[in-house]
Ligand binder design. Structure first.
Ligand code: 13P
Length: 259
């Protein structure tokens, strides 16, 4: 997948019910412009995906699942599979810190979900990032490496093209304590270094790597102006249509500068 576009993803987490989500998408569609150089993705609650899929203009927005199970079918009460989401969502979050830390998902789960997404034509967004204590102990590099190996173990270099890596330091998520852009750029270079080691230069340099963690419309441009960072994964600020649209515009402005 080409890195010539910025990727802006709004993760609504467990906010907005079906009706609210639909109204919100309507509002969002009025304020977010379609730009050739920017892909805009929204990740609503699973309950609203079907409704939004009928309403959305896929030229304007793509849809993402926040979570899914890795088996395609079967007796797994309460779960939704990537094969059921196939054709409705184009992306799927995998290994989000809230999945890892609140729901105790392991690298093994993450790996299986990355596979399930790829098998079903869904681009996995593999989320990785160090905790506050790993950062304090200078273990960021190792944490990123372990999570990359853990999540990508069965992915071939051809398949890697469809994978997005989201660097989301755990301490920066929902805290208002966003990471310093130059530190993010450094972490992204580390991620790409690890990918090169695992897959070679060509495959590694084609992967989109994005940042998430307390990004607002005020801080977005500081990340988007750095060449290493291919986009943003927005939580809280994506629930404000005007702020989210402003972030998309910032991505567009950056792409314009490049062209
Ligand atoms: P916040 O932007 O609310 O920190 O959330 C980031 C995130 O977890 C996106 O997936």
């Amino acid at each position: 997948m080409a890195r010539d576009k910025k990727l802006i993803i709004g993760n609504w987490k467990m906010n907005l019910g079906v009706h609210e989500a639909s109204l919100y998408l309507h509002k969002l569609a009025e304020v977010v412009k379609v730009h050739r150089g920017v892909d805009v993705v929204i990740a609503p609650t699973v309950l609203a995906i079907q409704t939004l899929s009928l309403q959305v203009n896929y030229r304007q927005f793509k849809l993402a699942a926040q979570n899914f199970y890795w088996r395609d079918h079967g007796a797994f009460t309460g779960e939704v599979s990537a094969s059921q989401l196939r054709g409705i969502v184009q992306y799927g979050l995998v290994g989000h810190s809230e999945r890892r830390h609140v729901f105790q998902e392991t690298d093994k789960d993450t790996r299986a979900k990355v596979q399930a997404a790829i098998r079903n034509g869904i681009r996995p967004i593999l989320c990785i990032g160090e905790t506050a204590s790993e950062k304090a102990m200078n273990e960021t590099n190792d944490a990123l490496y372990d999570q990359l190996i853990g999540g990508l173990a069965n992915v071939t270099s051809e398949e890697l093209e469809s994978v997005v890596i989201a660097y989301e330091p755990v301490w920066a998520i929902g805290t208002g304590n966003n990471a310093v852009p130059l530190d993010v750029a450094k972490a992204v270079r580390t991620i790409r270094h690890h990918l090169r080691h695992l897959y070679g230069t060509k495959a590694a340099s084609a992967v989109q790597v994005i940042y998430g963690g307390s990004v607002t419309e005020h801080s977005a441009a500081d990340y988007l102006s750095l060449p290493d960072i291919d986009g943003l994964l927005i939580g809280g600020a994506s629930l404000d249509a005007r702020a989210f649209a402003a972030i998309v515009e910032k991505a567009h402005n950056q792409e314009k500068v490049k062209r």
